[in-house]
Design a protein around this ligand. Structure first.
Ligand code: XBP
Ligand code: MG
Length: 257
């Protein structure tokens, strides 16, 4: 029997709906500032989410949706510059406080923190974006709630590769069976499952049709007392919102005997 020691949280789409209203407009602002006529609308952005990582996504866009663009000679630097500008716009949007945490997230993080449950952030997004989201929603010391912030380019192979989860577990000195992962997308769960970590999904508009058959639970959101989640897959043992008691129960049932 394994003990639950750590909760590993994805960021974009899981903690907050950052993709449509945060990353996407930030990319568009960076394109406009650079004098490019590229516009990523909501539908196109949904297709671009097939690739994780902002720099990787820009390259994917040019390969698949804008082949007529003639790439500058120093193409990698061009993409890096564009992406750095996108990060600045993203930080500005977060500072304006327009992107709230998803339902139930703050409650669960507070509960886990109060009860001494170890937590980590495991994401493909740039570290500065994690800082911007956490500090603007939870307060200036929010990053310290997490023992490890595994983000961005610290591993070359981004999700759906498991590397970022391996990195986080190594730095926390925990085994996969001692963790539970929280994700919102197919790329996310492919990564966590490839790292052998049981996973709870909260879906969002971009990911509701993704393949989540490998998940222990698929929920509409984390829910709140009086604002219950909808259960799309799995057993919630009569619970109406996601808290440490339910997570511990799910984990216990998985690793009993
Ligand atoms: C989110 C991503 C990222 C963001 C953009 O992954 O795929 O690419 O969309 O971030 P996760 P950057 O859900 O694992 O957080 O532009 O900083 O790469
Ligand atoms: Mg995600």
């Amino acid at each position: 029997m394994a003990e639950l020691k750590a909760l590993l949280f994805d960021v974009d789409g899981t903690l907050a709906d950052t993709e449509r209203d945060g990353h996407r407009p930030a990319f568009n602002m960076a394109f406009a500032k650079a004098g490019l006529d590229w516009v990523w609308d909501e539908a196109l952005y949904g297709e671009l989410l097939a690739v994780t990582g902002g720099k990787e996504r820009i390259k994917f866009y040019l390969e698949q949706f804008n082949r007529q663009f003639s790439k500058p000679e120093n193409f990698d630097d061009f993409v890096k510059g564009l992406h750095a500008s996108k990060t600045e716009f993203y930080e500005q949007l977060m500072a304006e406080g327009k992107i709230p945490l998803r339902r139930g997230v703050e409650r669960l993080l507070n509960q886990a923190r109060d009860q001494g449950m170890r937590m980590a952030v495991v994401t493909t997004t740039t570290p500065a974006n994690v800082t911007a989201l956490l500090t603007n929603t939870l307060g200036p010391d929010a990053e310290s709630w997490f023992e490890v912030i595994a983000a961005g380019d610290i591993v070359p192979a981004k999700k759906p590769a498991p590397d970022i989860y391996f990195w986080a577990m190594e730095h926390m000195n925990v085994r996969p069976e001692e963790c539970m992962a929280f994700e919102d997308s197919a790329n996310g769960i492919r990564s966590s499952i490839a790292a052998n970590i049981k996973t709870i999904i909260t879906i969002n508009g971009y990911t509701q049709d993704d393949d989540f058959r490998a998940a222990e639970l698929v929920l509409s959101d984390m829910g709140e007392p009086g604002m219950p989640f909808s259960v799309l897959q799995g057993e919630v043992y009569g619970h109406h919102y996601l808290d440490l008691a339910l997570i511990t129960k799910v984990h216990k049932e998985l690793y009993r005997g």
